[in-house]
Design a binder for this molecule. Structure first.
Ligand SMILES: Cc1ncc(COP(=O)(O)O)c(C=O)c1O
Length: 378
């Protein structure tokens, strides 16, 4: 067989998008519970399902009782914006950015909130100097940079005796990478990533220091209703018991419950992390076998085990578009072109809902697409 021969075996599930990500193996819409649909989310049943979802997230993510978990509007973006708009302004702010989403939070802080933050940046593939972060500031960072495939190696760089808040956008990290809950005051994510859930809602996790900030600090700017977490100087604690600010999608909630129950069947947090690690290892093996593929993340210690970003020798944006288009047309791999703002390359999701055998089956397909685009014979 030459690289031009179309491979015989396709990945059983060619879903490698970095968000929304592959549904859990065995998922089907018919398997979702539907009794809460068409009912008020404030009915006994609706609230019970929302609370059940919160309880499952706490159990699977091993979130300690010190931290509150809320389901909020606007997916992960909504949760991050809520934290930024309600908590910032009390003390100086540092924003860290090494890819597109971190850069988005910098833009918010600089251009919208106008709080003149210290901005620590690094190019795609690298991290800023985490040891140089001043923890007397509030610090905003992405735990896993989804568009560069670079993650923080762990939470050790976050000071235990920090005065500022550690605000982590961990949407492509949770359920795949270890989180030290003592190190985070605010953590956000959405169900559409490692859980393979739906977009729609964000999850906002608050530690005691974040609650203290909310109850002691009134922002100088106006707050829209969907951002308001405090009433009369007190946290609206119902938000963290399933009394959502506004109407949630109960279908998305039921879908998240399905994914969380699936997560328990594969060994919970450790099982989910092991699945992501095995997928990332299988992909790294494919990279090692191919001189024309490389990792965008320079340092293996900071290499993502979810949104793995790869360089392709000699490829520009046009090459990658053809490459990914060929694989999509063959139903061999969906959505593997790198993010539009990132250097031209591939991004292959390795989170827990992907099966390792499907990553392994990609190898010959990558060879086939590379040879075909290089030959110009499409
Ligand atoms: C690091 C990071 N932050 C924020 C977002 C935005 O997430 P959402 O679309 O769930 O709001 C994404 C989406 O890919 C992301 O990867």
């Amino acid at each position: 067989m030459t690289a031009h021969t179309i491979p015989a075996r396709k990945p059983a599930r060619p879903h490698f998008s970095s968000g929304p990500c592959a549904k859990p193996p065995g998922w089907s819409a018919e398997k979702l519970q539907t009794a809460s649909l068409g009912r008020s989310h404030r009915s006994k049943l609706g609230k019970a399902r929302l609370q059940h979802c919160i309880d499952l997230m706490r159990e699977v993510l091993q979130v300690p009782e010190t931290h509150l978990i809320g389901i909020v509007p606007g997916s992960d973006t909504g949760a991050v914006e809520m934290a930024m708009w309600t908590m910032l302004g009390a003390r100086p702010v540092t924003t860290l950015a090494w890819e597109s989403f971190g850069a988005g939070w910098v833009t918010d802080a600089v251009k919208q909130l106008k709080i003149d933050p210290t901005v620590m940046e690094a190019p795609y593939g690298e991290l800023p100097d985490l040891a140089a972060v001043d923890w007397s500031n509030d610090v905003i960072f992405t735990w896993n940079g989804t568009t560069s495939g670079v993650r923080v190696p762990n939470g050790e760089w976050i000071a235990d005796d920090r005065e500022g808040l550690a605000i982590a956008d961990a949407t492509s990290a949770v359920f795949a990478q270890a989180i030290d809950w003592n190190k985070v005051d605010v953590l956000t994510f959405s169900w559409q990533k490692v859980l393979g859930g739906e977009g729609a809602h964000g999850v906002l996790i608050l530690g005691p220091r974040a609650v203290e900030r909310l109850e002691s600090h009134t922002p100088s700017w106006p707050l829209p209703k969907v951002f308001r977490l405090v009433k009369g100087g007190k946290l609206i604690d119902g938000i963290f018991k399933g009394e959502t600010i506004n109407t949630p999608s109960m279908l998305a909630v039921e879908d998240a419950i399905f994914s969380l129950e699936w997560a328990k069947t594969v060994g919970g947090l450790e099982g989910m992390q092991a699945r992501a690690d095995a997928n990332a290892a299988a992909l790294s093996h494919l990279v090692e076998e191919r001189a024309w593929l490389g990792h965008l993340a320079a340092d293996p210690a900071t290499r993502s085990n979810t949104s793995v970003c790869l360089t392709v020798e000699g490829a520009d944006a046009g090459f990658i578009k053809k490459f990914a288009g060929l694989l999509e047309a063959e139903d061999a791999a969906y959505d593997i072109a790198g993010y539009r703002d990132a250097p031209a390359g591939l991004r292959i999701w390795c989170g827990a809902t992907v099966d390792t055998a499907d990553i392994e089956a990609l190898g010959p397909w990558l060879d086939w697409a590379f040879a075909k685009v290089q030959s110009g014979n499409l």
